[in-house]
Design a protein. Structure first.
Length: 577
């Protein structure tokens, strides 16, 4: 075990009101304002992309980084291109683009997401609930509109160290490794620039020129993940195709920024990491090589939309609220109406801990559930994988109904869509009502959280490990309370930053931990192996399923608790159609 210096003890979270939650989320969304560190100038470099000329919008003199912001990678998905595959942008060389207009794909938070901080605070403090678990009892109070929201959102950013960018013009140029970030958000909200990557990039420049960092937008909600009984000219999983199109753009163009298309690592968190697993299993391992060579999946998660009836109901609900009968009719409507209905549906149509839109099996890009494809060896094998998860992934998606332990079995059956017999096995064998701590929980809320975390998040780590013959690298984030996404402020730590976790205003509690995590990530990107001078080198997991446990005051090599009968069950479970 390696001890590390610690700061003051982590404070207990205080009760947060919904208004504070909303303000925090707005601040996170506006984090993209970091790219205005300097004003655009005529001396900033211009890159010729063929179809357009694009100038860097700013230069960070402290970190030595050029920011090429809002580069169009696909044509506007409007009108006839709504719910269609992304296509290349038209040529527009009439003037130099500087990417000064922010772009945010339409999305929304579900109501339960706005209430979650308040509910968990009352649970931790054993206080009166104060909120109703009946989401239909709340009035519609969406987040304030963001002026950057537009359907024309298929853009990406490239942040590149000056030393790397200027290699392009040198006689002895060599290209640098590339890190591509895919944001999370349950496939219904989020944006490319929600985190400032400059601290992470700077960490990669410790003794090196660093890495090229790319972050991408992709269509969300009904615009990106509509499914159901759709006609032949419409395609499910549009958001995944946007991501793949952007990754292909990187493969074809990143050399213009000093990046090496043969050394691309794709990294994502939550739904972003779940998307990466879908790319790893795309076409059942066929369809040609992937446009990346390594992957970092942080808390890879998705909620499988199992039933075609469920998919169709979601689609028809959207059309009904919109006031039309067909998708062709919807294509003719103005953006503002579609955006408003998408937000309304996400707000109200998401049971606690879930989202109305997600990836679905389509018989093509997603031929089957990823965990099944991994089990059947139908995936792209020639990848180097590092995967991570937090100690308590499920609690962030656990609602106040979990206080009633007697309702667990019926809730599991409804939530997961399985048979009565399977639900009984889950409730009495895998997660029995035994609260002495022997199963990892001491009350009904923790029991539900463990089930939710295993099913939708942590077991995906186990599936990847076994699919890649125990050759994955892994670490667990265990700084209390170690909820889902609480490792993100550490991943993107920047000196002097006060940005906390998404639901609770907890800034980084130990800078040494953040620096070590960034070392692991950047070392993996640069050299294919996660090393740090501040922490142990992460070994391959091996048959004993070992990983590094990252704590508030130490690092320890432990057995990955996802290795066991629960995760093996979730990889073979039979769902009701």
């Amino acid at each position: 075990m390696m001890q590390i210096s610690s700061l003051s003890p982590l404070p207990q979270p205080s009760s947060l009101q919904v208004a504070k939650m909303i303000c925090l989320l707005i601040l996170l969304t506006l984090a993209s304002a970091w790219n205005t560190m300097t004003s655009p100038g005529h001396d900033l470099p211009v890159v010729d992309l063929g179809y357009e000329l694009h100038q860097a919008i700013s230069f960070d003199s402290e970190y030595g980084l050029y920011n090429f912001s809002n580069i169009r990678y696909a044509a506007p998905p409007l009108g006839d291109l709504r719910w269609k595959m992304p296509v290349a942008p038209e040529t527009n060389r009439t003037h130099v683009q500087i990417g000064d207009i922010g772009r945010l794909c339409p999305g929304a938070l579900p109501l339960w997401g706005l209430l979650q901080a308040q509910w968990l605070s009352t649970y931790w403090q054993n206080a009166t609930l104060g909120i109703s678990p009946d989401l239909s009892s709340y009035p519609y109070q969406p987040l304030p509109p963001d002026g950057r929201t537009t359907e024309d959102c298929l853009f990406l950013d490239i942040i590149v160290p000056k030393a790397i960018f200027e290699r392009e013009s040198s006689e002895n140029k060599s290209l640098a490794p590339v890190l591509v970030w895919i944001h999370g958000g349950g496939q219904v909200y989020g944006e490319k620039a929600e985190n400032d990557p400059s601290g992470l990039i700077k960490r990669s420049m410790d003794g090196n020129d660093g890495t090229v960092f790319v972050e991408i937008n992709y269509r969300l909600g009904v615009f990106g993940f509509l499914a159901g009984n759709i006609s032949e000219d419409e395609i499910a999983n549009i958001g995944l195709h946007d991501q793949r199109f952007a990754l292909q753009w990187v493969a074809e163009n990143i050399h213009l920024f000093g990046g090496d298309a043969t050394k691309v690592t794709v990294m994502g968190q939550s739904a972003g990491a779940g998307s990466i697993v879908h790319h790893i299993t795309s076409y059942g391992g066929g369809g040609g090589p992937l446009p990346f060579q390594q992957a970092i999946t942080q808390s890879p998660g998705w909620v499988p939309v199992i039933s075609e009836k469920q998919q169709k109901a979601t689609r028809e609900q959207f059309l009904r609220i919109l006031g039309v009968s067909t998708i062709d009719d919807a294509r003719k409507l103005p953006s503002d109406k579609l955006i408003a209905v998408n937000a309304f549906q996400i707000y109200y149509s998401s049971p606690w801990g879930s989202f109305p839109y997600d990836e679905v099996t389509d018989g093509d890009y997603v031929p089957d559930y990823p965990w099944k494809l991994l089990l059947e060896q139908k995936f792209h094998r020639s990848l180097n994988i590092m995967t991570t998860h937090t100690h308590d992934e499920g609690l962030l998606f656990t609602g106040p109904e979990s206080l009633n332990g007697d309702a667990f079995e019926s809730a599991v059956r409804s939530y997961v869509r399985i048979s009565e017999e399977t639900a009984h096995y889950i409730a009495n064998v895998l997660y029995p009502p035994s609260y002495d701590g022997s199963y990892g929980y001491t009350d009904s809320v923790q029991r539900w959280a463990l089930f939710v975390g295993d099913w939708g998040l942590t077991c995906n780590v186990d599936h990847l490990r076994r699919a890649y013959d125990n050759q994955t690298y892994a670490y667990q984030f265990s700084i209390p309370p170690a909820l889902h996404a609480e490792d993100i402020p550490y991943t993107f730590y920047k000196r002097g930053s006060t940005l906390g976790s998404i639901f609770f205003n907890r800034p980084v509690a130990n800078v040494t931990v953040a620096s070590a995590m960034q070392d692991w990530i950047t070392s993996f990107v640069l050299y294919g192996e996660p090393k740090s001078k501040l922490a142990p080198t992460i070994p391959r997991q091996g048959p004993s399923a070992q990983l590094i446990d990252t704590r508030i005051d130490s690092f320890g090599l432990i057995h990955d608790r996802t290795d066991g009968p629960r995760c093996q069950f979730w990889q073979t479970v039979q769902y009701d159609a």
